[in-house]
Each structure stands twice: as C-alpha cells, then as structure tokens.
Ligand binder design. Sequence first.
Ligand code: FAD
Length: 305
Amino acid sequence: MSVLVIADHDLGTLSPATARVVHAASQLGPIDLLVLGQDAANVATEAAKLAGVAKVLVAQGPGTSDADSQVIEKLAAGYLYVIQSAGSAGRDRMPGVAAKLDLMPVTDVVEILGPNRFVRPIYAGNALQTVTDNQPRHVLTLRASAFRAAPAGPAAPIEVLDSALDSVVKLLRSDRTQSDTADLATAQIVIGGGVALGSAENYQLLESLAKKLGAAVGATRAAVDAGYAPNDWQIGQTGKIIAPDLYIAIGISGALQHLAGIQGAKKIVAINTDAEAPLVKLADLALIGDLFEIIPQLTAELDRL
Ligand code: FAD
C-alpha cells in the first residue's frame, strides 16, 4: 500500500477536485481512495471509476472533522502518502492528521517532482519553493487546480470499513450558496467581479454571462466584504486559488492579494475603466470602458452565436 487519497464530496457528489488529486497522486503509486462521512456510498461508486484508483474504502460517519480524522489516522499507518486536495476540508484536517502522525505536512503542492520532492507557492504565491521531504512518510495537500483530472478507468473494488465513530462535534445547520454555475476551484473559465459592480443584484450580470460561457463566478474580497458576493466566491490570498484556462476580471483593480489567487490562469482578460490598473497591465487582453456598457453588449453578442 502506498497512497491514501481522501475524497472531497458534497451532497452525494464527488468533487471534481478529487479526480485531479488522483491524477497527480497516481505518479506516486497505486491509490486507495477513502470516502468519509454521509452519502458515502453513492460517492464511492463515482470514485471507483477514476483511473489510478486501486481500491475505494468507504467509512460512513457523521462527516465531522474529528470523526473523519480518527479514520484517517487509523488507516494512515499503512501508507507512505496521505493526500487530500487543499480545499476547505483538506486545509482543516490534514495539519492535525500530520501532527498526530508526528510528521510535518507539505501543503498546497502545485507540482510533484519525485517521490519526496514537491513544489509549493510561498510569499502569497510570489515565489515557488521546492521542498525535499525526507520524512519516512508524507502528508500532503494538493492544489487541485494545478493538475489535470484523471480519466475514467476500469471500476475499482469498493470496501466498506467497519467504522464506529465518535464525534464531539455536532453539525447544527449548514447554509448553502445557491448557484447553478460551475465550481470555482476547478472551472476552465472564471469570471471575477470587483467592488465596482456596486450591488449584489448587479452580480446577476456576471452570472448570466457565466451561464453562456459555462463559467464559474468569483469575486474580490472588497466585493465580498461589501456584501455583494458570497464568501465562498472570494478569489485570492485569503480566498480560493484558481487556475482556469481563461479568467475574465471585471471591475477589479488587481491588488497583490487578489493576484495571489489567479497566478495559474492561462489567459487573462480585464474589463476596467482605468487603463493603469495593475490587472489591466497584467492582462493578455484589456477592454477599457464601463462594465455596465460592455457586459450587456458581450452577453447580447453571445446570444447571437
Ligand atoms: P478596488 O481596488 O476598489 O478596484 C475597483 C476597480 O474597478 C478599479 O480598478 C476601478 O478602475 C474599476 N472600476 C470602477 N468602476 C468601474 C466600471 N464602471 N467599469 C469597469 N471598471 C470599473 N482581495 C482579494 O480579492 N482576495 C483576497 O484573498 C484578499 N485577501 C486580502 C488579505 C489581506 C490580509 C488584505 C489586507 C487584503 C486582502 N484583499 C484581498 C483585499 C485587496 O487588498 C483589495 O482591497 C481588493 O482585492 C480590491 O478589490 P477590488 O478590485 O474589487 O476593488
């Protein structure tokens, strides 16, 4: 046994991030994919179809962080690598898992150079560090957006673990963002809006454009702080890290903390009234003008296609 990957899932659906982590981790060895929490059975069937997965392990439970960590810590002894995406669950639990195993985690890995050499961003993404991890075993979080997704493979066997789990944490309520646009962390096209949108209602302009392009919608922290966009749309140093093929930044100045989240974007288009804005200077293509004129025109043009 060499690699244990922890699956990310929500509402009975496997997160696209897991396919990317599986693809990246498959270069380290055959993968056992662990599905934890509630609705695990459906997710396991999806997970078993990913190329590189040798076996899917299912541990049904309350889905709380402490219960999940108990399972991971118990299983981890049998693996050289314990890996999860650097999403909210991975960031929450993997440092604790590493501490229990007396290991130092290597977080936010964006490239795997070898069995113990990993590349990760430092200084808010302004530099890349190559880490040689000489510990006997490795606990990693991977930035899913930096890797391609694993293709479909032959269905792997599914093993249900006998897991009687205690949890001191009780989930009382969860408030969910309603959105029918793509997942921000893994979308190929992302439309980001800044505080210049001026209201939550005006973000519907971006949402209708996003639907036409199959894009996800994100926002700056200034827009989130102003209450125009939900917290989980925030892109940047203290938000989500994205690496789409195309990032369309609308009414965004390009503060360093925002740029830290978009460095993996392959092409950037900026729409801004200010030709001197840092994001305009960084962009591959810039449209200088008022977003309230440009966006409706762009959406209408797409309607005509
Ligand atoms: P502004 O900087 O105010 O820019 C608005 C832009 O809109 C301007 O360029 C303006 O020319 C343009 N504009 C105005 N009207 C129009 C119009 N009608 N049409 C077109 N363009 C128009 N920020 C993040 O985004 N993510 C983070 O994770 C993050 N983390 C942070 C962490 C820390 C510790 C700190 C201190 C700050 C952080 N910030 C973060 C905040 C960051 O510093 C900026 O304040 C923020 O990114 C600015 O957001 P903005 O571009 O929407 O607003």
